[in-house]
Design a protein around this ligand. Sequence first.
Ligand SMILES: Nc1ncnc2c1ncn2[C@@H]1O[C@H](COP(=O)(O)OP(=O)(O)OP(=O)(O)O)[C@@H](O)[C@H]1O
Length: 275
Amino acid sequence: MATRLIHPATTDLARPDGDPSGPTVRVRGLRRAFGDHVVLDDLDLDIAPGELVALLGRSGSGKSTLLRTLAGLDPVTEGTAEIDGTVSVAFQEPRLFPWRRVADNVALALRSGSRASRRQRARETLDEVGLGDKHDVWPVTLSGGQAQRASLARALVSAPGLLLLDEPFSALDALTRIEMHDLVLALWREHRPAVLLVTHDVDETLKLADRVLVVDGGRIRHESRVDVDRPRDPAALHELRTELLAVLGVHEGAEPDPAALDRTTSRPRPQERAS
Ligand SMILES: Nc1ncnc2c1ncn2[C@@H]1O[C@H](COP(=O)(O)OP(=O)(O)OP(=O)(O)O)[C@@H](O)[C@H]1O
């Protein structure tokens, strides 16, 4: 199979197949190996415009590799990954440049327009994420949650068609994480990019995602629909949660594997329990 990565940074691409109602992401037969270690193997994935998809999977299952591939940061070994529109990524660490003020960090994500207009858009986006009073401060003065808000602003300022979120909340304390969930949902409802959220947290997926995917053995092995816009039926959510935990091999009530639990559920991790 020919190796082909179509990436919007280098290709002015219509929707895959030129279909105006086509997906924002279409991955077919994706394979990625590191030497003999096959991480992604014949993986297929579609993400519709404006869809919020969460990707769960055990540690080492290839979630970040898939995300990096879609971001154009990692090459495809085999298969195709087509993306319609521009892509932005926010990582677990905010990755702000410490020598640039917060608004300049955000403006750096914009490639077109005058310096003044880029700064203006950066400021407006910072206002949207609740950092209206932090435009001109240095990143080192931000709290962890504020820095992650700035990182989200930097990802959103270019109005991407696809927003890739790689465990963006996992380093935050529980309360800040809840605030960030609400913020991401509000921003998504306002701007409606397609989103792929990589996370270990089943409850986070149930709160945020339209669709939850589980990657295992190099492929998408499980798919659940949640529909984030519908009122949640607690019984249905509980059933879905149990189903996802079972797919991940976590059985509540059984003797837990602490490493697996820390990585696959939203139970407090030891450092959170202590605080
Ligand atoms: N640059 C690399 N060189 C060699 N092996 C790599 C490289 N990047 C990732 N891997 C391997 O690929 C596998 C998948 O890694 P990846 O980070 O995608 O998993 P993950 O599901 O995101 O894991 P986690 O949940 O722990 O973040 C792992 O076994 C990892 O060691």
